[in-house]
Design a protein around this ligand. Structure first.
Ligand code: HEM
Length: 438
């Protein structure tokens, strides 16, 4: 079917919906699409046709049923390739399959008990830096903590003893993508404007650190129990390892930190639920992760509900590699498809009172995933997030320990205003006051 047949906002003949896109928070704009247009809608931004899929069956088809007919969006590859190269998030086909196979052992359930002990240590260290009465910028605190954790558990290096400034490097990177995600204005990196320069500089600083890390571990493999030495043993080239290390550092800390910051904010704004979760945390043996992680508790439901209401990954982009039928429409090869967790998780047609934070909506069986297409914070199908298990374990430990020590109060606006970047970012810092536990 032709473009005009798809529902969607009115378009300008020359610039499509570009101006509408620039003048709004895309997330809140898209959020109303299911009510206005139903299951499918189309916009044109900066010459790109984007089709938003809002029917859970179509989302499931793209991610699982017919996943072999779709690949990652070319526009997003162009934008991120100098940062994450051919790492797991962007690679396709045989290369992706073989790399995923080599990385999977690092995320095996058996590894999680070891990781959990290290997560406990890093969390205790962070808690020692805080005291009752402190007002924290929680998103920043959590990013530092999750960055320390991911570097330690996957690469056997403790960044606290290194002369690195990873948080500031990643902050420059996120700022660059926030601008593009909000404007869809991509100015090729080689064009010498200050935004591009500071992004390139951030990548160079990151590359220096990662290259040094790989070289060090290549030279002394016996001193490390690290994914890097595993990849060296599997015959990986330095540049391939570099792409994967950068991918895992980025994907492995940013989203997890956001999940934690959003969750603590939600609890801070919902004191009745917060106090119930505190009492659950008190009864949970967080120091014994192997046991506590198997138990499904209110802590799990809280994380699950937080990932619904404020999904750190707000959209997945795919392009069909052939013409396909979706929702009764013929979609041409190469069309950019947007499957948005933000939109779907807040769809009134799918969720009762979707804007309410109600962890007990998941009570029936909090560890059984709901149907894909309705709830997909970690995507689904073969390209499902490799770090899901690790992220949820981190979430449970860090949240549980924080609540065992402090009662959080959130000073941030509620609902939180979040903006799109590589992930959702809070528009303003999430300020949390730590009260003493009675
Ligand atoms: C709350 C935390 C997290 C969320 C919400 C999240 C979300 C996602 C989503 C939605 C995807 C699919 C992207 C797509 O197909 O376009 C993804 C993929 C991925 N994630 Fe995560 N993620 C989280 C934590 C982690 C962690 C802790 C790691 C690693 C340590 C990680 C590493 C990856 C990688 C490597 C991929 C690409 C997988 C592939 O294509 O084979 N993520 N994640």
């Amino acid at each position: 079917m032709s473009r005009a047949d798809l529902p969607g906002p009115d378009t300008h003949p020359l610039i499509g919906n570009t101006l509408q896109f620039h003048h709004r928070n895309t997330l809140t704009w898209f959020e109303n699409f299911p009510n206005t247009y139903g299951d499918i809608a189309q916009i044109t931004v900066a010459g790109n046709q984007i089709v938003l899929l809002m029917n859970p069956d179509d989302i499931q088809t793209v991610l699982i049923g017919d996943n072999d007919k779709y690949q990652k969006s070319g526009f997003h590859k162009v934008m991120t390739s100098s940062l994450i190269g051919n790492g797991l998030v962007l690679s396709e086909g045989d290369r992706w399959r073989s790399n995923r196979r080599d990385l999977e052992p690092a995320f095996h359930p058996e590894k999680m008990a070891t990781y959990a002990n290290r997560i406990v240590t890093h969390t205790d260290d962070k808690l020692d830096q805080w005291k009752a009465g402190d007002i924290l910028t929680l998103d920043e605190e959590m990013k530092e903590l999750t960055l320390n954790i991911i570097t330690d558990v996957l690469f056997d290096v403790d960044p606290r003893s290194e002369d690195w400034d990873l948080p500031s490097i990643f902050s420059d990177i996120i700022e660059y993508f926030s601008y593009i995600a909000q404007t869809y204005l991509y100015i090729p990196e080689w064009i010498p404007i200050s935004r591009n320069w500071s992004y390139r500089h951030a990548i160079e600083r990151l590359d220096d650190i990662v290259d040094e890390l790989i070289t060090r571990q290549k030279n002394q493999p016996d001193n490390y129990d690290s994914l890097i030495t595993d990849l060296v043993n599997n015959g990986w080239e330095q540049s391939e390892i570099r792409d994967e290390v950068v991918t895992l550092l980025l994907a492995g800390h940013e989203t997890t930190a956001l999940m934690l910051a959003y969750t603590v904010h939600l609890l801070g704004k919902n004191p009745v639920i917060r106090d119930q979760v505190i009492s659950t945390a008190d009864k949970t043996d967080i120091e014994n992760p192997a046991k506590s992680l198997r138990q499904s508790t209110l802590l799990d439901r809280v994380l699950k509900e937080s990932l619904r209401l404020y999904p750190p990954a707000y959209a997945i982009f795919r392009q069909p590699t052939e013409d396909v039928m979706l929702n009764g429409y013929e979609i041409s090869e190469g069309t950019i498809l947007c499957l948005s967790q933000w939109v779907t998780h807040r769809d009134h047609r799918l969720y009762d009172s979707p804007y309410e934070f109600r962890p007990n909506r998941w009570k029936a069986d909090s560890l059984t995933p709901p149907p894909t297409g309705l709830y997909f914070p970690f995507a689904a199908g073969p390209r499902r997030c490799i770090g899901e298990r690790l992220a949820l374990i981190e979430g449970k430990i860090v949240l549980g320990k924080l609540l065992q020590n402090f009662t959080p109060e959130s000073f941030a606006e509620d609902p939180l205003e979040v903006i799109p970047s590589l992930s959702t970012q809070p528009k303003d810092p999430i300020k949390i006051k730590l009260h003493p536990r009675n």
